[in-house]
Design a protein around this ligand. Structure first.
Ligand code: ATP
Ligand code: MG
Length: 408
């Protein structure tokens, strides 16, 4: 049986007024973009839905291309008919009989959005349900726990018949809620935080701090791969690679081993804020998860977070590691994240990092460094290299450089 339409329901149903119109027109654009390779599709958009006329294209294949589009709540492959009762009955029977696994029970659900339709929902329930029962041996009605719910959606432009409703990625269309700067390390957490932020409609630019040559080329390559994976969801992504070696070395010399992570994170945030301001990002996103490590206790977050005036978004803050891992597997970052290459923060991990750093002591250390610290922050910002990545690689890729001047 060939479905002739996809019914796409858009998410965030609570959106009101002007935002709703913007949401819907952005969504239509994103959906068309995701399906640009499928010729011959036609689109109709109305009241939080997009109807896609397949014109012979395969429903399952087209649906799979929409699986990662943010802002889609659910998708159903549907058979669209006219308002003719016999045609509706035939379609209902075909849809039910095509359903796999073969159901032994079903129930009808009729929604009559078009009030001028001659039969009301109850009548349609019987008129269509009885036809399906008569023509499907061994099928029974079960209104409580049916194997299949056969739905009729009666709209002015036609009737949509379907029984499967597949969950979409949810959220908002990318970019609808502005831009944020993601602190992207090579670990499991920050790519997941980035994906969650993107799903909420935030365009993302990523910033990564490396301590080359203390950290290896592979460590940077790994972050580039993770950013590329995020670009799969976002079309393209800017990655800022910040040289952090000198700052890190200066901080490590302060003989405050237990505070080194706190001090490093504060400097990272200062730099991230500068980069965010430069590119119009209005928030900083991190992969912090409460209590996971010393730098992610409430005490640490308090002392670290004070360095920036921008909202610090921590999508994972209340999640368990297992939940985070599950998402990272689903979005395709896990395998890369668990590669062993060291991050700049693992280089100087002290034996007992402060779980409750003292703000005054931390500020005292920074104060003593004074202009030197400010200069190195400036230099790190100035020395930042920015690459624009797509799912496939660098957008501005030049012929492969000689091995020795390859920096990522
Ligand atoms: P992740 O798995 O994201 O590395 P983590 O559990 O290892 O997180 P930390 O190493 O404490 O936690 O880092 C906390 C957050 O700080 C990271 O999620 C990330 O947002 C940011 N971060 C840490 N190191 C870097 C880095 N080298 N470059 C950019 N951001 C970083
Ligand atoms: Mg990490």
């Amino acid at each position: 049986m060939n479905f002739n339409y996809l019914l796409v329901r858009l998410g965030e149903l609570t959106l009101k007024g002007r935002n709703r119109g913007r949401f819907e027109s952005l969504m239509l654009g994103k959906i068309k973009e995701a399906l640009h390779a499928c010729a011959g599709l036609q689109y109709e958009s109305s009241y939080g839905r997009v109807y896609i006329k397949l014109n012979g294209a395969d429903a399952a294949e087209t649906m799979s291309r929409l699986a990662d589009v943010f802002g889609i709540q659910t998708i159903s492959p549907v058979l669209r008919t006219s308002h003719d009762l016999e045609e509706i009955r035939r379609a209902a029977l075909a849809v039910l009989q095509a359903h796999l696994p073969v159901p032994s029970t079903f129930k009808m659900s009729v929604k009559r959005a078009w009030k001028a339709f001659p039969h009301d929902s109850m009548e349609m329930n019987h008129l269509v349900g009885a036809h399906v029962l008569r023509n499907t041996p061994a099928l029974r009605v079960d209104v409580r726990e049916p194997d299949v719910e056969l739905r009729l959606d009666i709209q002015p432009q036609g009737v949509f018949v379907y029984c499967s409703v597949v969950a979409g990625a949810g959220g908002f269309p990318l970019g609808m809620n502005g831009k944020a700067m993601l602190l992207l390390s090579g670990g499991i957490d920050s790519p997941v935080a980035g994906w969650l932020a993107m799903r909420k409609g935030l365009e993302i630019e990523a910033v990564h701090f490396h301590s080359y040559p203390f950290t290896s080329q592979q460590a940077t390559d790994k972050v580039v791969s993770l950013a590329q994976r995020l670009a799969y969801y976002g079309g393209r992504i800017k990655l800022h690679l910040v040289p952090f070696t000198e700052l890190q070395t200066l901080l490590a010399q302060q003989k405050q081993d237990h505070l080194i992570i706190t001090l490093m994170r504060r400097s990272m945030l200062r730099i991230a804020q500068r980069l965010a301001e430069r590119s119009g990002a209005l928030a900083i996103v991190t992969g912090d998860s409460l209590g996971q490590v010393a730098s992610q206790t409430l005490g640490s977050m308090n002392v670290i977070g004070r360095t920036t005036d921008l909202p610090l978004l921590r999508p994972l803050v209340m999640m368990d590691k297992l939940e985070i891992i599950r998402i990272s597997e689903r979005i395709g970052t896990y395998e890369t994240s668990i590669l062993p290459f060291e991050d700049c923060c693992t280089l100087f991990v002290p034996k007992s990092p402060a779980t409750n750093p003292n703000l005054r002591v931390v500020e005292g250390v920074e104060h003593a460094l004074g202009a030197e610290l400010a200069r190195l922050v400036d230099e790190a910002v100035a020395g930042t290299e920015t690459v624009t990545l797509t799912e496939r690689g660098r957008l501005d890729a030049k012929p492969a450089p000689a091995a020795e001047d390859r920096w990522f």
